[in-house]
Design a protein around this ligand. Structure first.
Ligand code: GLC
Length: 450
């Protein structure tokens, strides 16, 4: 009996690694991955830029889908495209001033139009009145400002003749029957489209120098075959190619490679509430968010997030160990409109004074309780804890259980000392001025006893 049990135990121990180890596409170790991702985790804040022909319709980047427009109907946007005010230096300066450290631009969105000069299509910016490769100018401008450079590339393509019609294609059949799909897809060949993507991604990753991030978007596999996922995209081979061309690159998680441990570098919770971000603690993630609901320029969209909401997103992301990539949809003339500029300016004002509580920060260890009305961010290497004052207390703030844990307290924005005292065996009380510092969310910097 004992012998049998021993044998069983040995069998379980021997089998365990193969049962529990997740599948791998490459050979990178956890330590190597941590190193590769280091700058991105430290930087915490980036700019997304959605720009394309849809900026002219100015009513959502999905306008082609939403209004079921075919290629002929969409052609007017190609013929009209003339971004006479495009000045990526200005974009890059605005991003940098707002405290963003990296950017990701849509080189091609679902509409299929390419902002770059590709050998494999005529449907590209150089063939419009813009007459040039706009991606190259973006890359040069952002790099010149010291920002990391990323590309968004849509896996979907509602213009390419070989891309098969699926459930979200603008020309998807009303009756949704297999027969209707088959009829529409006669003569279309996804293998050819897969090759087109590989060719274009190769161009993007070989002709523009070091690319820091690749944001591929998105998968929607369906059992009935009218969706698209890893098989349709050829995701495994595509990711291998990407890693071969740019070994240091950071890739998002929308290739539908969930079954592989190394099928993605980060998760991408999209437009989620700040309350939901707590769920991602301990993972590697970046939440992508719009200023106003649409990614592409949307003239009549009026639900713009307030300065406070934007700060909340940034601080709550960091206080849960994640990144925020905030989107701007430039106008068809190539500018950030006044609403985007105001939002960026307000972030610039706050970040100028408080960015130390964002960069290189993450969530605080549980040993530091969260004082009432605040959120915490934490820089381990610097030995600092940042108390983000979401509600400004009257005269004093209690730091519960902080006795013996801190050495010094000050406002972060002006390094002005904040006096504190022990009020019982566990707690400290910080004295605050009656007048709130001139920041929507002021920050207290605590130097920790370590
Ligand atoms: C979605 C949308 C797209 C947007 C993206 C950003 O997948 O299809 O329009 O570019 O999210 O995360």
């Amino acid at each position: 009996m004992l012998k049998k049990l021993q044998l069983l135990l040995m069998f379980v121990l021997l089998m365990a690694p193969s049962v529990f180890a997740q599948k791998m596409i490459g050979t990178e170790t956890d330590a190597q991955k941590d190193k590769r991702m280091e700058w991105w985790k430290d930087d915490r804040f980036g700019m997304f830029i959605h720009w394309g022909l849809y900026s002219q319709a100015a009513r959502h980047e999905w306008v082609k889908h939403n209004e079921k427009i075919d290629n002929a109907g969409y052609q007017k946007y190609f013929d009209q495209f003339n971004p006479d005010l495009f000045d990526p230096q200005k974009w890059a300066k605005q991003a940098k001033a707002a405290g963003m450290k990296y950017a990701v631009l849509t080189t091609k969105h679902h509409e299929g139009f390419c902002l770059f000069d590709s050998k494999f299509t005529d449907y590209k910016a150089p063939n419009t009145k813009a007459k040039r490769d706009l991606v190259r100018e973006y890359v040069n401008a952002f790099r010149a400002q010291g920002l990391k450079v990323g590309f968004y590339y849509s896996l979907l393509d509602w213009h390419h003749p070989q891309y098969t019609i699926d459930e979200i294609h603008p020309q998807s059949p009303a009756d949704k029957s297999d027969a209707s799909y088959a009829k529409l897809n006669k003569g279309r060949d996804m293998a050819k489209y897969r090759q087109y993507m590989r060719d274009q991604i190769t161009e993007l990753l070989t002709k523009y120098g070091k690319i820091d991030i690749l944001w591929l978007d998105f998968s929607f596999p369906r059992k009935d075959g009218h969706g698209k996922g890893k098989d349709e995209w050829g995701s495994v081979e595509l990711l291998k190619l990407i890693r071969k061309l740019q070994p240091g690159i950071i890739v998002d998680n929308r290739l539908n490679l969930e079954e592989y441990k190394d099928g993605a570098d980060f998760e991408t919770p999209e437009q989620v509430s700040t309350a939901e971000l707590a769920k991602y603690r301990g993972k590697t993630w970046e939440t992508c968010q719009t200023f106003s609901g649409s990614w592409g320029y949307y003239r009549d969209e009026n639900t713009w997030k307030t300065h406070r909401q934007l700060l909340d997103l940034l601080i709550t992301s960091v206080s849960n160990g994640g990144n925020l990539i905030l989107n701007v949809g430039p106008t068809a003339r190539g500018e950030f409109d006044y609403r985007a500029t105001n939002a960026l300016d307000s972030l610039a004002y706050w970040m100028h004074a408080n960015s130390k509580s964002i960069y290189n920060c993450t969530y605080a260890p549980d040993t530091y309780k969260i004082p009432e009305g605040t959120k915490l961010t934490y820089n381990k290497a610097a030995g600092k804890l940042y108390v983000q004052l979401f509600s400004y207390p009257h005269g004093k703030l209690i730091l519960p259980g902080y006795k013996g844990k801190i050495k010094y307290a000050q406002f972060l924005n002006d390094s002005s000392e904040l006096l504190y005292k022990e009020i019982n065996e566990d707690d400290l009380e910080v004295t605050l001025p009656a007048k709130k510092p001139n920041y929507e969310i002021p920050v207290i910097e605590l130097t920790l006893q370590q």
